[in-house]
Ligand binder design. Structure first.
Ligand SMILES: Nc1ncnc2c1ncn2[C@@H]1O[C@H](COP(=O)(O)OP(=O)(O)OP(=O)(O)O)[C@@H](O)[C@H]1O
Length: 768
């Protein structure tokens, strides 16, 4: 790398999204020359060696010498503010100046650049069709693309322009007749144009694309200041190069690091939004919710006054995810960002609070199965036969603890939404009494559940908040936020723990978690920022945030573009939810949808394979793994419905000489091999290739779920929804390839995918 040097004051060099992708394809020596070029250029663009000159007849496009053979193409935004858009061999630079199309998009207000000649040559010279895997016997064939009819014949030039399609590309867009050509064009086109075209191609109407793709990134007034190219560059996916390592990192990390640099304009907007209170971001799997949460944390930290405290909390659902957030935040913001942030999963936070209040009282954590056992025991000992242990266990978990009900009086008032059976006042009194006995029983045995801890932590934090607020009220106008340092009984300073709280995987937190978090930061601007997708809720924690003091109304945003999953996988995964879309809430009592959820990534179609029995299914799994022999094993995972199957698959792989690592509560056990885990373990993860095995009726959903069908239809519906979401989560972890296997009868959730003539064709296409 080049020696350190201070860039000249007033010189700005920016890199346009996609220029980095072009650079990375060049020879290593040329890439090295680009690194040196940017270093020197930022010091003095006018140094003689660059031979900086305007392209003939062009107002804004300049070329500069990178080495003997290669030239950088730069847009001069104003003064010494330069945007690097391309690096080309010198013989191509002046070949045909009409090839360069650039301008400010009239709808989005962003700078755009495209080399029309490359599009003409690479895309319209009819590239050979992309290879597709052989269609397995159970797979539904796709409708043909309709060979010679122009793909966008139904849309006028004016409509395309209104949607923000780059106008110089319109004549070429008119020539597209196949999906391969379209995907080729999307590769080179400005990002927004690609998104619009793919949505239209997916069958969205003009209005849908306007609402879902264009409006969220359109300039509010559609009125552009005549010629403000610097502003326009800040609206584009472009990055200011501030140091030598930055450009090297962008180029070398390639696609893996793009999330750090090139946010989608909508992601960027959500990250930077100044909010007057709690904000919620939703979006389908892989749309970058976690990425937005991480950038949001960095954004908040960057705005903090200097100090050594940690006024930002970043929290998520479980330990693995918290570990991952820490690693990614470090990579995004470096140790200086990490130093101002507490990263803990919610139960860890709750435990910390409870321990702090009651040090030395460590109890044994028990899970829901043990809780049920304890309930059964209690009812036997009490000779109580009016109530059934499962009902009481659920009531205790979901209503009493789940909603952090603190007193008998509160229990009389609480809404028992989704609990099916209604209960009278006197029954509530009985249940409350039994619940008290149950809690004492656990206490005596030195046992506790996560939910109990969360509920206690919520109570403790609410108590602490009341004290802070009471003191604050007593103070005079002097007492700003930073002055709320009031001593507690112990003499320690009492203040809000955090100023900002950012929550990932918000759909799975319980009411008690929310109450705890709410009490930890003062209500006000930028207090709570939460991201989540209720379609991925896999624990039974439905909440209405408004009733828990977290008011998100009017402050929500939605991401729709998947960066992880290909269109083909997304289409199959989305069809798992077909017919039940209306059952998903927005965390605040209203509905949430996946409308507009799309991908612009392209890959092979998922493979669906049935076997006569488990033994034969395991052979299919091994077969598929062998087919992926060229993919690093750690980028491949097998997801199954039960722990027994984890063991079975592991043994079969071992017999075939394939190393595997089980994903446990603490992450994968071992550094090498294919990851195997139950569906719950895959929350928030991502793999290049995935096999979902055991997707059979009886396992997905597990057969015991249907016992609720007659006795408790509400619960039956909830359990089915959860099982569906679990499969949906699992299927959307795959980036490039997905294979689903089963033995015997396939799961009812994938039925539509494997029976030709069912609604799958229509609905699945809608979700592409
Ligand atoms: N702007 C971006 N540029 C490049 N890659 C991105 C961008 N945003 C997200 N990604 C990538 O997309 C993938 C999914 O992102 P992320 O995990 O944030 O999605 P999510 O919405 O939280 O997903 P899920 O709900 O499934 O957990 C990651 O690999 C991430 O790096």
């Amino acid at each position: 790398m080049t020696s350190p040097a201070t860039p000249a004051a007033g010189v700005t060099l920016r890199l346009l999204d996609k220029a980095d992708k072009e650079i990375v394809k060049l020879d290593r020596a040329i890439v090295g020359a680009v690194y040196k070029f940017q270093h020197d250029f930022r010091r003095n663009p006018r140094a003689g060696g660059f031979d900086l000159k305007q392209l003939k007849g062009d107002g804004r496009l300049w070329s500069a010498r990178v080495n003997r053979e290669y030239r950088a193409l730069l847009l001069r935004l104003g003064g010494d503010d330069w945007l690097l858009v391309s690096v080309k061999h010198r013989k191509h630079v002046h070949e045909n100046l009409e090839r360069y199309a650039y301008g400010i998009n009239q709808v989005t207000g962003a700078v755009e650049y495209v080399d029309l000649q490359i599009v003409r040559e690479d895309v319209l010279r009819q590239a050979p069709p992309l290879p597709q895997p052989a269609v397995p016997p159970t797979e539904v064939p796709e409708a043909s693309a309709g060979a010679e009819v122009p793909l966008f014949a139904d849309f006028t030039d004016e409509q395309l322009a209104d949607l923000g399609v780059a106008e110089p590309l319109v004549p070429l867009i008119r020539k597209l007749t196949t999906d391969d050509e379209l995907l080729g064009l999307v590769e080179y086109a400005p990002r927004h144009t690609g998104e619009v075209l793919l949505h239209l191609r997916d069958g969205c109407s003009f209005q849908q694309v306007m609402d879902q793709v264009t409006e969220p990134v359109a300039l509010p007034e559609r009125a552009l200041p005549a010629d403000d190219w610097q502003q326009a560059a800040s609206r584009a996916q472009a990055v200011v190069i501030t140091d030598d390592e930055q450009i090297q990192r962008i180029i070398e990390e390639g696609d893996f690091g793009r999330w750090k640099t090139f946010l989608h304009p909508l992601q960027e907007k959500l990250v930077r939004r100044v909010t007057s209170g709690a904000t919620r971001i939703s979006g389908g799997p892989g749309t970058g919710k976690t990425i937005v949460a991480l950038h949001r944390v960095k954004h908040l930290v960057d705005r903090l006054p200097p100090g050594h405290t940690k006024p930002v909390l970043l929290t998520t659902f479980n330990k693995n995810l918290a570990v991952d957030l820490r690693a990614r935040l470090l990579s995004l913001g470096g140790p200086q960002t990490l130093a101002r942030v507490d990263i803990l999963h919610v139960d860890q936070m709750a435990t910390r609070i409870v321990r702090e209040a009651d040090p030395g009282n460590a109890k044994r954590r028990i899970d829901d199965t043990q809780v049920l056992r304890e309930w059964r025991q209690l009812l036997v000992e009490a000779g109580e036969s009016r109530w059934d242990a499962e009902f009481l266990s659920d009531e205790w978990n979901q209503v009493i603890l789940g909603q952090a009900v603190n007193s008998r009086a509160d229990y009389f008032r609480v809404r028992r939404a989704g609990r099916g059976r209604s209960i009278s006042r006197s029954e509530r009194a009985e249940i409350w009494q039994l619940a008290e006995r149950f809690t004492q029983r656990l206490d005596l045995q030195g046992m506790e559940t996560h939910r109990q801890v969360a509920e206690r932590a919520a109570r403790l934090e609410i108590g602490r908040k009341s004290k802070i607020d009471a003191r604050q009220e007593q103070r005079d106008a002097r007492s700003g936020l930073d002055n709320i340092h009031v001593e507690s009984g112990s003499g320690a300073w009492l203040r809000y723990r955090y100023r900002h709280i950012v929550v990932d995987e918000a759909q799975d937190l319980s009411a008690a978690h929310w109450k705890m978090l709410r009490a930890m930061a003062p209500t006000g601007p930028d207090d709570i920022f939460l991201v989540g997708d209720t379609h991925q809720r896999i624990y039974d924690n439905q909440v209405t945030l408004g009733s828990l003091g977290i008011n998100i109304r009017g402050r929500s945003g939605r991401l729709t573009l998947s960066y992880r999953t290909t269109r083909e996988i997304l289409r199959y995964a989305s069809s798992i939810l077909d017919g039940v879309e209306q059952d998903y809430d927005d965390l605040n009592g209203d509905r949430d949808t996946l409308d507009g959820y799309r991908s612009i990534l392209h890959g092979s179609r998922p493979v669906l394979r049935g076997a006569v029995d488990r033994n034969a299914e395991l052979d299919l799994v091994v077969d598929q793994l062998q087919g992926w022999h060229d993919i690093p094993r750690e980028s491949v995972a097998i997801c199954v419905p039960t722990n027994e199957m984890v063991a079975e698959v592991g043994q079969r792989l071992a017999r075939r000489g394939i190393v595997s690592a089980e994903i446990t509560r603490d992450g994968p056990q071992g550094d090498e091999g294919v990851h195997i885990g139950t569906m719950y373990r895959f929350k928030g993860l991502e793999y290049r290739c995935m096999i979902l095995a055991g997707v059979s009726e009886g396992l997905v959903p597990r057969s015991s779920v249907d016992t609720w069908e007659r006795t408790d239809p509400a619960r039956h519906r909830r359990e089915l929804q959860r099982a569906r979401s679990l499969l949906f989560v699992a299927a959307t972890r795959a980036r490039d390839a997905l294979t689903i296997t089963w033995s015997g009868e396939p799961s009812r959730f994938i039925g539509p995918l494997i029976q030709p003539g069912t609604p799958c064709g229509a609905t699945a296409r809608d979700h592409r």
